[in-house]
Write a protein that binds this ligand. Structure first.
Ligand SMILES: *Cc1c(COP(=O)(O)O)cnc(C)c1O
Length: 385
């Protein structure tokens, strides 16, 4: 292969970061399960928790290529990646500004751990850049964002956030799980550190728990120093499975994104549905911004059932689409934020966050939209009082 030639996205998914089978010339990467490697005549001391087994190193290359960064690291979960990234750059007395609407696990990590270490944090009141700006203090070290966000698919302006941060010499981190590297590459807009729950689109088959960080060599080196102490390294067996999943990342996410657009348009014109939240709809308040910074609008959307349609009865009567806490698999799933992710909040707190009783978050899979529409229609019929 020619050096420096820019590879196509599917070629990158399939080939970058293969472990070559020199001995037998097998078609797929062999798995090196060793936890012990000789260091005679070898520069590197290989060890799983050093994040440098042959399979780990090669997967780092694939993920870095997908996010257009110099380097990457894989972890045992999204939270292992997120917590290692944050703790690598923070110490007592530092301050972090966090977007108001972020993944619940990240929110819990910040509010339950940071006080113990004397790290200050502020949550913004919205995803607007001015909100971040007004919270900057002398000791602010990180701006942390998530776009599109969960469950209302809000869009944060990555370019504006990274410019603001650079002016003040602050680091930027993004949770890029919802978009996946197929629909959004945050480094194109100057974001420093890109985080993923690889349990979601990267894994894509609802059978892998993993996380990833993509960033410059320097930033990855710094995160590595902390990561080897926390020990959130992914087992080589799962590294191998994740490599296999990533080969179809573009095929899967592109198909899911296309289906999501079809489903969003269908839901928007349905008389049984109130508001639909999807960045690919012209009615989305940040449609123009999403169009500017996303390559595709993603496969997550939310919609509100009209009053008089019981959300639990609706979900219990779905036959193809599975009610599920997780998301981003090949199969379509729904979740009612009121009953699950936001169940601990009062109704008033939920409404302040724009989460109504009938809100359904919809992770669109690869099934034919006709089948999904039929499923939704029959479930709505049963859920009407
Ligand atoms: C699931 C998820 C995470 C956490 O990932 P785990 O693999 O469950 O640790 C973080 N961010 C987002 C947006 C997620 O959906």
């Amino acid at each position: 292969m020619k050096k420096n030639k820019k590879l196509g996205i599917n070629t990158t998914c399939v080939h970058v970061g293969e472990v070559k089978d020199e001995q037998f010339k097998g078609a797929v990467s062999p798995i090196y399960m060793s936890t012990s490697y000789a260091f005679d005549n070898v520069d590197v001391k290989r060890y799983p928790r050093y994040y440098n087994t042959p399979n780990q190193e090669m997967l780092h290359k694939k993920i870095a290529a997908l996010e257009k960064t110099e380097d990457a690291l894989v972890f045992t979960s999204g939270m292992a990646a997120i917590s290692s990234a944050l703790m690598a750059f923070l110490q007592k007395g530092d301050h972090v500004i966090v977007q108001q609407v972020i993944y619940g696990g990240t929110y819990n990590f910040i509010v339950s751990e940071f006080d113990k270490y004397g790290i200050e944090y502020s949550f913004t009141e919205s995803d607007k850049v001015d909100d971040f700006k007004s919270l900057i203090k002398e000791n602010t070290k990180i701006l942390y964002i998530e776009t599109p966000s969960n469950p209302l698919l809000g869009i944060t302006d990555m370019q504006a956030i990274s410019s603001l941060a650079k002016e003040h010499d602050i680091l930027t981190m993004i949770d890029n799980t919802f978009a996946s590297p197929i629909n959004q590459n945050p480094v194109d807009f100057g974001i420093d550190i890109v985080l993923h729950s690889a349990t979601k689109y990267m894994g894509g088959h609802s059978d892998i728990s993993a996380g990833a960080i993509a960033a410059s060599k320097n930033h990855i080196e710094k995160i590595w120093q902390t990561a080897i102490n926390f020990g959130g390294n992914l087992s080589d067996q799962t590294v191998w499975l994740l490599e296999r999943s990533l080969k179809t990342l573009n095929l899967r996410v592109t198909a899911q994104t296309k289906n999501a657009q079809t489903m969003a348009e269908y839901l928007e014109q349905s008389n049984d549905i109130d508001t639909v939240y999807y960045p690919g709809l012209k009615s989305h308040p940040q449609y123009a911004l999403a169009k500017k910074q996303m390559k595709g609008f993603g496969a997550m959307l939310s919609f509100e059932l009209e009053e008089g349609i019981n959300p639990m009865i609706f979900q219990n009567n779905l036959q193809l689409i599975k009610p599920s806490m997780s998301l981003a698999g090949l199969e379509s799933t729904t979740v009612s934020p009121t009953q699950t992710t936001h169940a601990l909040l009062s109704e008033k707190e939920r409404l302040e966050r724009g989460i109504k009783e009938g809100l359904i978050r919809f992770s669109v899979g690869i099934e034919e939209p006709e089948d999904l529409i039929e499923d939704i229609e029959q479930a709505i019929k049963k859920a009407k009082h």
